[in-house]
Design a binder for this molecule. Structure first.
Ligand code: ZN
Length: 64
């Protein structure tokens, strides 16, 4: 299953963002400055947590 959506560049330094995961939990982090979303673990599927993390990340970049 592949639900990952494109991640926008970091709002702080412009570097590429990547998905991180911890068991079923997922988050998005910046490869440049280390900024990251909170860890999303509400869903039983890692892919859905990744989706929530990506939406959170992309929403934040829109507000900067
Ligand atoms: Zn950054």
């Amino acid at each position: 299953m592949k639900l990952q959506i494109d991640l926008k560049p970091c709002p702080f330094c412009g570097s590429a963002a990547e998905y991180g995961e911890h068991h079923k939990a997922a988050y998005v982090f910046c490869t440049g400055c280390g900024a990251m979303t909170k860890c999303f673990a509400e869903n039983n599927y890692k892919e859905l947590n990744q989706l929530a993390a990506a939406e959170s990340w992309n929403r934040r970049t829109e507000h900067e």
